[in-house]
Design a protein around this ligand. Structure first.
Ligand SMILES: [Zn+2]
Ligand SMILES: [Zn+2]
Length: 168
């Protein structure tokens, strides 16, 4: 998504709005994120605040993820807002080290910024449900589909330590 800043580049207080779709595809892939099956919707505004440009945006879309316990694939909807401070390259030297996005010219490519913010907004791991019972550590069966008959299955982890000691 390319946004042109030329309208507000030289006018403090000026603002532009944008709305478009961004294809993330496999770009955001991590261990738990499988893919973004369709583009995410992104909309927001950029305001010329004098020294910097302030971007505020909203994102909504869906992605396919893998459950951290049972490895099942499922769809998760996302909707969140983010903010970025944009700085023209000519002024970037003075603000080195700050958490700003530096841009050159009068156009801004938002795709990378959107992908980065989606990854930041993600939880450390996904669960298909809070009560997901995961896989049996012994036989690998999905315990959401019923018990597997393994003996240790219902043993409290603290008791499991004791039972291992008793086995010796
Ligand atoms: Zn699960
Ligand atoms: Zn089992």
């Amino acid at each position: 998504m390319l946004v042109s800043l030329s309208e507000i580049l030289k006018s403090e207080g000026g603002r532009i709005t944008f709305e478009d779709e961004v294809c993330i595809g496999q770009a955001g892939q991590t261990e738990d994120i499988i893919s973004f099956p369709e583009p995410v919707r992104v909309w927001g505004k950029i305001v010329n605040e004098g020294e910097v440009f302030r971007l505020t945006a909203s994102v909504s879309g869906g992605l396919l993820v893998r459950c951290g316990r049972c490895a099942r694939e499922f769809r998760r909807e996302i909707a969140f807002d983010f903010e970025e401070t944009l700085l023209p390259k000519e002024q970037a030297d003075e603000r080195e080290g700050d958490d700003v996005v530096v841009f050159t010219g009068s156009e801004l490519m938002l795709d990378e910024m959107v992908t980065a913010n989606i990854l930041l907004a993600m939880p450390i791991r996904y669960l298909c449900s809070e009560g997901c019972r995961g896989l049996c550590a012994e036989c690998g069966k999905d315990l959401n589909e019923g018990g597997c008959g393994c003996r240790h299955e219902k043993i409290d982890p603290r008791l499991a330590v004791l039972s291992k000691l008793n086995d010796k």
